[in-house]
Design a binder for this molecule. Structure first.
Ligand code: FO1
Length: 394
């Protein structure tokens, strides 16, 4: 044990221990990812450089430790996480945390994205959550709107409106390019996972972005106005109808893709982003076998609350929870998730610090921190805190 009470492994530990403020030892060759996570003090995961990532497998530990010390003094620091980190996401809050995680993890990040919001419009397959994650990670998103591309124009849609066509769903001119290419690939027989790989690679994203499934799942809103397709409810009706229940049409015939299961099996931690738990996370968690698979993982599973101070940071989560008769609170989100999967950790905002102890009565470790993401720095900071929390739970 070192002074911080964390395990320091092997005789070569001095190399790391000598790093000013870095009381770490060298890890034994072949240490597993949980072991690597466990050996790092909370708060330290940001302080180790990228080239440390597989260091524990090397045989020249202390030489590497010396060069690492120099590296530490001169380079941008990124987290010491071995193995992929898998984030489950949907919507704007999910994409923001995914962005922060991507800044720290690069290709070690896999984002598994809700496809329940997908729909066919003007003969095109539109995948809003996948595109929102892709545009955010590529840094080409429209930050004010939350969806779509920056510097977008809507000339095609204006023309549609002039001809009396439906223009309630605002497809931008450049965004249309995404839907055209995706639809063409899908029509030629490609799986959605392959198409998204091509698209995200074309915009230079090194992280994996995976649709939750290659089979179509469509969220249907049972409301006081009848059954509405998700985008009809969300965009055309601006979430005004009273929600009675949600249905994920097609989910019984859908499966998590093999790529999703493989990423989860290799994950050092799984992070449920601050996405709408009912609209964005439930379609992923309700996929056949998914909840059991997540619960059986060795890796810690952590969720970040999308509810802060009784309000949703964005979107209709608070309205939906109230309509479902659920208390609008982070505790209710933690309970909802913990009823479906083994939830090891839950992150709640400082505003809700009083709920920390209640979350812990659910058997879930709690972290109270600033969860508000308004710019690059706050997205990265939250990502860092969540990764540190994962380290402490591993
Ligand atoms: N959201 C809106 O509120 N209005 C729109 O017109 C709209 C268009 C749109 C186009 C492409 C796209 O990828 C997303 C778009 N969204 C729009 C967002 C989307 O409907 C929702 O953000 C998600 O489905 C909820 O996560």
């Amino acid at each position: 044990m070192n002074a911080s009470g964390y395990k320091v492994k092997g005789p070569a530990g001095l190399g790391f221990a000598a790093l000013k403020g870095h009381p770490l030892g060298c890890l034994r060759p072949g240490a597993g990812s949980r072991e690597v996570l466990r050996s790092i003090p909370a708060g330290m995961s940001s302080q180790l450089p990228t080239h440390f990532l597989n260091f524990h497998r090397s045989s020249f530990g202390c030489h590497a430790a010396r060069s690492a010390r120099n590296f530490l003094l001169t380079q941008h620091l990124s987290p010491f996480i071995d193995g992929p980190i898998v984030a489950l996401a949907g919507g704007v809050g999910g994409a923001k945390l995914a962005y922060g995680l991507y800044q720290l993890l690069g290709e070690r990040l896999t984002v598994v994205v809700n496809t329940g919001d997908d729909f066919e419009h003007w003969g095109l397959t539109v995948c809003p959550d996948l595109d929102t994650v892709m545009y955010n990670l590529a840094g080409i998103n429209n930050p004010e709107q939350g969806w779509g591309l920056a510097d977008e124009s809507f000339r095609a849609l204006d023309q549609v409106a002039k001809f009396g066509g439906e223009s309630w769903f605002r497809l931008g001119d450049r965004d249309l390019g995404t839907h055209l290419v995706r639809t063409q690939h899908l029509k030629s027989g490609a799986e959605l996972t392959e198409v998204i790989f091509e698209l995200k690679s074309s915009v230079g994203i090194t992280a994996a972005i995976l649709p939750m499934s290659d089979q179509p799942v469509r969220t249907m809103v049972h409301s006081n106005e009848g059954v509405l397709a998700f985008q009809d409810y969300f965009v055309r009706r601006r979430c005004e109808p009273r929600l009675i229940r949600l249905e994920f049409a097609g989910i019984d015939a859908a499966r998590p893709s093999p790529q999703v299961l493989d990423a989860l099996d290799k994950a050092a931690a799984v992070i449920l982003c601050p996405s709408n738990p009912y609209l964005s996370l439930d379609p992923i968690l309700h996929l056949p076998g998914m909840a059991d698979h997540l619960s059986s993982l060795d890796a810690p599973v952590i969720a970040v609350s999308p509810i802060v101070g009784g309000l949703a940071l964005k979107g209709p989560a608070a309205k939906i929870m109230a309509e479902l008769g659920v208390e609008v609170s982070p505790v209710a989100v933690a309970r909802h998730l913990a009823q479906q999967i083994r939830l090891d950790g839950f992150v709640l905002d400082e505003t809700d610090a009083a709920s920390e102890a209640v979350v812990e009565t659910l058997g879930v470790a709690a972290l109270v921190t600033d969860t508000i993401m308004v710019n690059h720095a706050s997205k990265v900071r939250l990502a860092q805190n969540v990764l540190d929390f994962a380290v402490s739970l591993a």
